[in-house]
Write a protein that binds this ligand. Structure first.
Ligand code: HEC
Length: 144
């Protein structure tokens, strides 16, 4: 009888540990906070899915065709960035001394993905910028 109780107790402990582990994993993967480091980490995969094909893995772009995003000094204005990604951009621009005149079609990202990808590009490859929050994205999208 005592033996059965001991076994039951260890099984219970294991089950509890398992539940705890699953819960912390779930919390981790559903972390949608504005914390810069976690947003940048999520933004990397958004970038790889939606942007790398043109702006390239190191944000270096393709000269004369797709402008670079790395160290251009042009990613400071949050309103311009949100608009560029969600509404697209066209017309002549000069980036790091080179001319570009192509078109970038709008990219259908969620507000969370928009925040994360912008935090990623603003904080990668030598770029450094203050956090973009979900609230800011929502307001800028609404034109506020
Ligand atoms: C199909 C190719 C393509 C994809 C995919 C693409 N872009 Fe672009 N992007 C362009 C082109 C082309 C321009 C320049 C448009 C112009 O000449 O006016 C541009 C311009 C930009 C600019 C403005 C750069 C500046 O210095 O003014 C930003 C910011 C930008 N893209 C971000 C992104 C992000 C973030 C993603 C992914 C969510 C993305 N782009 C995906 C082609 C692309």
């Amino acid at each position: 009888m005592a033996c059965v109780l001991v076994i039951e107790e260890t099984i219970m402990k294991k089950a509890l540990l398992l539940i705890l582990a699953i819960c912390s994993l779930a919390l981790f993967s559903f972390d949608q906070s504005d914390d810069l480091a976690s947003s940048v980490a999520r933004g990397k995969s958004v970038y790889e899915t939606y942007c790398t094909s043109c702006h390239m893995a190191e944000g270096e772009g393709v000269e004369g065709v797709f402008p670079p995003l790395a160290r251009t000094g042009r990613l400071a204005d949050k309103a311009t960035l949100v608009k560029a990604v969600l509404q697209g951009i066209s017309g002549p621009i000069t980036v790091s001394g080179k001319s570009y005149d192509m078109e970038m079609a709008p990219i259908a990202l969620s507000d969370e993905e928009t925040r994360d990808v912008l935090n990623y590009v603003r904080n990668s490859w030598g770029n450094k910028g203050p956090v973009v929050t979900l609230d800011e994205v929502k307001k800028l999208k609404a034109g506020k």
